[in-house]
Write a protein that binds this ligand. Structure first.
Ligand code: 5GP
Ligand code: ZN
Length: 140
C-alpha cells in the first residue's frame, strides 16, 4: 500500500532497525518505546485489521513475537513481556498496518496498563457471549 509507513519500512524506503524477517513477517524496533527494546512484528502483506491476516501469518507473528519477548528477558535483563495489538482507532491503533507490540517489562518499570474491572448484571455476560458465538459460528 503506497501511503503506508510500515509497507515503506518493509520495502526499505523508510529506515528501520530490523530484528527479524522471513517470508511472512518483519520485526523492527519501535521508534518510541514503552521500555527500551520494544519491538513491532508486522505482516509483510498490508492488512489494516488483525482479522484479515491469514492464519499462517498470524501464527508466525505470535511465535516470532513471543520468541523476541524471551530474547529480551534472557539477553536484556527484563523480567517479562506483554504482547499487545490495537485493532481500530478506539483501541489505540495509530498506524493502519496491523502490528503486534512486544513490550519488555521489568518488575519496577513504572508502566501500568489502565486495566479496570467492571461487573456484569445478571445474565449480561451470557447474552453477550451468545452474540459472539453466533458470529463465530458463521465465520470460523
Ligand atoms: P499503535 O498505536 O498503532 O498500536 O502503534 C504504532 C507504533 O508504531 C507506535 O508504538 C509508534 O512508536 C510506532 N511507529 C510509528 N511510526 C514509526 C516509524 O516510522 N518507525 C518505527 N520504528 N516505529 C514507528
Ligand atoms: Zn502497510
Amino acid at each position: 500500500m503506497d501511503s503506508c509507513i510500515f509497507c515503506k519500512i518493509i520495502a526499505g524506503e523508510i529506515p528501520s532497525v530490523k530484528i527479524y524477517e522471513d517470508d511472512l513477517v518483519y520485526a523492527f524496533m519501535d521508534i518510541a518505546p514503552i521500555n527500551k527494546g520494544h519491538v513491532l512484528v508486522i505482516p509483510k502483506k498490508h492488512n489494516e485489521s488483525s482479522s484479515t491476516i491469514d492464519e499462517a501469518t498470524a501464527g508466525r507473528m505470535f511465535k516470532v513475537g513471543s520468541q523476541i519477548g524471551i530474547a529480551l528477558r534472557r539477553e536484556c535483563d527484563y523480567d517479562a513481556f506483554n504482547l499487545h495489538l490495537a485493532d481500530g482507532t478506539a483501541a489505540g491503533q495509530v498506524v493502519n498496518h496491523a502490528h503486534l507490540h512486544v513490550v519488555p517489562r521489568g518488575v519496577e518499570d513504572g508502566f501500568y496498563w489502565n486495566w479496570r474491572q467492571l461487573k456484569y448484571e445478571d445474565g449480561e455476560a451470557a447474552e453477550i457471549a451468545e452474540k459472539i458465538k453466533a458470529r463465530l459460528a458463521k465465520k470460523l
